[in-house]
Design a protein around this ligand. Structure first.
Ligand SMILES: *Cc1c(COP(=O)(O)O)cnc(C)c1O
Length: 421
């Protein structure tokens, strides 16, 4: 296949006149380059110099060392679904459930593949067997990355989404009306995780929604997206425990955003509500694998340990001080012999569907203009043996240091030094 692909390309180029007929050796060499490329381990490690801590295209949360080694440990045979003491089969979630329940202050929890799967399962399982769909405010119809929309995920299992209110304002009476008419079998509250609203806006909070949910005996699902466990780490993000305490029957979120773990979807909430989700056939289709579970468990252990959460890479990156960033920037420009003006203050973000509108103060190296056009420099930085992803803004290339691990500075320096006009 590889030979045919390369030959086809060569024929086309020769036919179009963009190339002379190559020698057999040259074609063989091209095939080898292509083969080497597809056989190299993927996804390949890169340096994130974008200043976006949770960059979905760059793999969201970098995992803690303990999570990485747990993944390796679970990769072979492991006690995934068996109790070592009794030798009896048990759920793969038995070991992790206690820890996650404790951290979320939830009666019960369930883990699936990702945040989208958690929404899909909750909306499908909690409306199944009754007429009506999920009521969702028009102001919370969030579109996340790659043009996927929360409302579509909620409806993907066949549950209709009933739009309530307007874009800027939704009232309790809007929810009341669709519950009264029997159009809604559940209510979905979605955290505006990647945008903010200002001006003439308003909507009922979770505790107000809970009153309506109880009055009409419908479930209240809260899609939190970001999955923050502690207020002290990310001040403006609601935590899973808070949203449950306000009255949500079930909270859904991602494992690889503010939780700092692997791609996973968490569901936390009331016992009978989680039980409905667990028993739904879809739960089996969306279940999580052993390697992910191992990484998630180690991440939760870090959250539960004294000071352990500070050891999670995303928290460490989000909390780096300007002073440290400046020292690293000075060292780099000294080694590169770039001018002092190359060090600039820039805004960094946490990203990944969290803390919308908020920035962190950051430091970047602005690649000297003399080294070439921004797009060409950015491409060159991406094409090294360790690709560097920088930010191109206003015709310049910015290498944000917050998201570069300090131990990668020598590699970064080598990659930057390789950029020539
Ligand atoms: C990120 C996000 C999702 C989707 O989660 P994935 O883990 O990416 O599938 C859903 N809802 C909200 C509000 C989000 O921010």
């Amino acid at each position: 296949m590889c030979v045919q692909e390369v030959l086809e390309r060569v024929r086309t180029q020769v036919r179009e006149g963009s190339r002379e007929v190559p020698s057999v050796d040259a074609v063989v060499a091209e095939v080898q380059v292509r083969l080497d490329d597809v056989m190299r381990p993927r996804p390949k490690p890169v340096i994130n110099a974008t200043g976006v801590v949770l960059h979905t295209n760059l793999g969201r949360a970098p995992l803690a060392p303990s999570a990485r080694s747990a993944m390796l440990g679970a990769a072979g045979y492991c006690d995934l679904e068996i109790a070592i003491g009794s030798g009896i089969r048990q759920s793969r979630l038995t070991a992790i459930t206690w820890l996650l329940r404790a951290l979320c202050h939830a009666e019960d929890v369930l883990i699936v593949n990702n945040g989208a799967a958690a929404i899909l399962l909750a909306c499908t399982a909690l409306t199944g067997g009754r007429p009506g769909g999920v009521a969702l405010s028009r102001g919370q119809m969030v579109e996340i990355g790659d043009s996927f929309r929360v409302a579509d995920m909620a409806a993907a299992g066949g549950t209709p989404v009933v739009a309530v209110g307007s874009t800027n304002r939704t009232h309790t009476r809007d929810y009341q009306r669709v519950c009264e008419s029997g159009e809604a079998a559940a209510m979905l509250w979605v955290h505006r995780s990647n945008f903010t609203q200002a001006g003439f806006v308003g909507e009922p909070g979770i505790s107000e929604l809970k009153k309506i949910a109880d009055a009409f005996n419908v479930s209240l699902i809260a899609d939190l997206g970001s999955g923050c466990l502690h207020r002290d780490l990310f001040h403006n993000e609601p935590t899973i425990a808070e949203v449950l305490a306000q009255g949500a029957d079930i909270v859904t979120c991602s494992g690889d955003k503010l939780l700092g773990g692997p791609q996973a979807g968490l569901l936390a909430g009331r016992r009978e509500v989680i039980a409905k989700c667990r028993r739904h056939p879809m739960a089996r289709a969306l279940r999580v694998d052993k390697v992910t579970l191992a990484a998630l468990h180690a991440t939760l252990v870090a959250h539960a340990s004294e000071d352990g959460e500070r050891a999670l890479p995303i928290h460490a990156l989000a909390n780096i001080l300007m002073r440290e960033l400046r020292v690293r920037a000075e060292k780099l420009i000294h080694a590169l012999e770039w001018p002092e003006e190359a060090i600039v203050e820039v805004p960094d973000t946490v990203g990944g569907g969290s803390l919308p509108g908020q920035t962190l103060p950051g430091v970047a190296l602005c690649v000297p203009e003399a080294l070439g056009k921004a797009s060409a420099v950015a491409r060159k930085l991406r094409s090294g043996d360790i690709p560097v992803f920088a930010r191109v803004h206003a015709g310049r290339v910015f290498v944000h240091l917050r998201t570069v691990f300090a131990e990668d500075d020598p590699t970064l320096c080598r990659m930057l030094a390789a950029v020539h006009p």
